[in-house]
Design a protein around this ligand. Structure first.
Ligand SMILES: [Ca+2]
Length: 209
């Protein structure tokens, strides 16, 4: 005997209605395009700024944020805001803590606006400060790239960062963006409902047959 399809559809629909609403994982990226120049001192009018860009941490230095030939698009200069000599000190930002298990993607652009030497940049997503590297790329030439950390557990603190990966070059970094996609977790009570509903319907129909 086949289960009552109408009753089964109603059961599935109720299950969907009862499923908890998806909340956004709490990660926030500030000033990913480096256009917020608040607090940065001017080194060369309309061309170079001094200091660490708003929202970020890194090496305090001069010529840290610049434009390409005096334009209006500000770009972080990894040659000045990061260092790999005398200790690993990237330009980095703490994004907060995941409130549910998620996949994190970070897209960014490596540029070569100031130095004729080929730009080489590194990038990473870390968990809990620099404790664990979730995904990384190094020796990047100009282009747009994406890092992905899959199935990162809820409660994990996320940090992202960039650095110059070779001496004597000055890669620019710009247009950093983050995408957080919660990973659906099986809802045990709903699974039990879905698995047992057809059997219960069959037993009920047999009883009244
Ligand atoms: Ca920019």
């Amino acid at each position: 005997m086949k289960p009552n399809r109408s009753a089964l559809s109603i059961t599935l629909a109720l299950g969907c209605l009862l499923a908890p609403a998806t909340s956004t994982a709490a990660l926030v990226l500030i000033n990913g395009n480096f256009q917020d120049t608040t607090g940065l001192g001017v080194t060369s009018p309309n061309t170079w700024l001094n200091g660490i860009p708003t929202g970020w941490s890194g090496v305090t230095n001069s010529y840290t944020v610049g434009t390409n030939n005096g334009g209006t698009n500000w770009i972080a200069n990894l040659d000045q805001v990061s260092s790999t000599s005398g200790g690993f000190r990237p330009l980095y930002q703490d994004l907060g803590t995941l409130d549910e298990t998620s996949t994190i993607s970070m897209t960014f652009t490596v540029l070569q606006p100031w130095n004729a030497n080929l730009a080489r940049a590194g990038a990473a997503i870390w968990s809990n400060a620099f404790t664990t590297t979730l995904d990384t790329l190094s020796d990047l030439t100009p282009g747009t790239y994406t890092l992905t950390a899959e199935n990162v557990a809820a409660g994990t603190a996320i940090r992202i960062g960039f650095w110059r990966s070779r001496l004597n070059n000055a890669p620019g970094i710009d247009d950093v963006s983050i995408t957080v996609t919660p990973v659906p977790e099986p809802q045990l009570p709903l699974l039990v409902t879905f698995l047992t509903a057809p059997m219960l319907l069959l037993r009920k129909r047999r009883r009244f047959a």
